[in-house]
Design a protein around this ligand. Structure first.
Ligand code: SF4
Length: 288
């Protein structure tokens, strides 16, 4: 008999829970609510909320709206979004995660304080990611985004550097960037870095490793677009090579090998609990 266990520490982080609750609360007394970008990087949860009236829009469609309500998701937005809303009668339901908001404020403060002194504000993150766009917006577009060590050639090591991180990056990757800058920066030049990684993701790494290693096979459930899903799945794979990334239960079609005894189901901070439960139920059914 195969035992199927869901990782109790997987699932939505408080930032996502808060954004979804804000949307659901608003949708109790309005038929349609616009959301700028996917409220969570999980298409099935986006579909569920669409059924309640949540309409996901992009920035282009946003600029055509007037006199309506728009929800901003946990990733946050640059100041230009708020300015546009204010000028066009759009009421913002702001579900920016408090962790992201604090980071935006910190970057904005550093930007104001260093204006004119040649300091480079650097963000370790994914170029074009919504959160990163919101962070770069705090610097009037001047911050330099670094995705990997190769990008460091973009920096001038004779000028001061302040380094921040997108909240969902891995601590390991961030520390590698810190070390690489330390090695290249000229003596007497100021280099300060701020570990702004959200512990909702980082703290899950040891837990998910332990969970993966005590199962014969692991199904990691997440949307393709989830950044933290990629990081957490990599940890799963390191701990248990018999780990599989899926987005939905229907992707499990092959019969379960007879030697399996313990199967684990886990996911990202954007994976709804109900989806992991569906996967577990599917596995149990296959095992009947
Ligand atoms: S991962 Fe952290 S920063 Fe990102 S939404 Fe969740 S709680 Fe907020």
């Amino acid at each position: 008999m195969i035992e199927v266990e869901i990782d109790k520490n997987s699932g939505f982080c408080f930032g996502v829970v808060n954004a979804i609750q804000s949307a659901e609360k608003e949708l109790h007394h309005t038929d349609v609510l616009y959301c700028l970008g996917d409220i969570v990087h999980n298409s099935l949860e986006v579909e569920r909320l669409k059924g309640l009236g949540l309409r996901t829009i992009g920035h282009e469609e946003f600029t055509r709206l007037r006199d309506t309500k728009v929800l901003l998701r946990a990733h946050g937005e640059p100041p230009a979004t708020y300015e546009f809303a204010w000028a066009n009668g759009i009421t913002i339901i702001d579900a920016t995660c408090p962790v992201v908001l604090r980071l935006q404020q910190k970057i904005h403060k550093c930007f104001r304080e260093t204006q004119g002194d040649n300091t480079q504000l650097v963000i370790y993150g994914k170029k074009g990611h919504a959160e990163v766009n919101g962070l770069v917006g705090q610097t009037e577009g001047t911050a330099i985004v670094i995705e990997k060590k190769d990008d460091l050639d973009k920096l001038d090591f004779t000028r001061h550097i302040l380094l921040f991180s997108q909240t969902t990056k891995s601590l390991e990757g961030f520390l590698e960037i810190v070390e690489a800058i330390r090695q290249r920066i000229e003596p007497q030049v100021k280099f300060e870095y701020f570990d702004t990684i959200c512990r909702q993701v980082a703290n899950r790494l040891p837990g998910i490793k332990a969970f993966a290693s005590r199962h014969d096979k692991v199904y990691f459930v997440a949307g393709e677009k989830s950044s933290n899903g990629k990081i957490l799945f990599e940890e799963c794979l390191k701990a248990n090579p018999n780990s599989v990334f899926i987005s939905h239960a229907s992707e499990i079609t092959a019969p379960l090998p007879a030697h399996l005894r313990r199967i684990g189901v886990c996911g990202a901070t954007s994976t709804p609990k109900w989806l992991m439960e569906e996967v577990a139920a599917h596995l149990r059914k296959m095992n009947e």
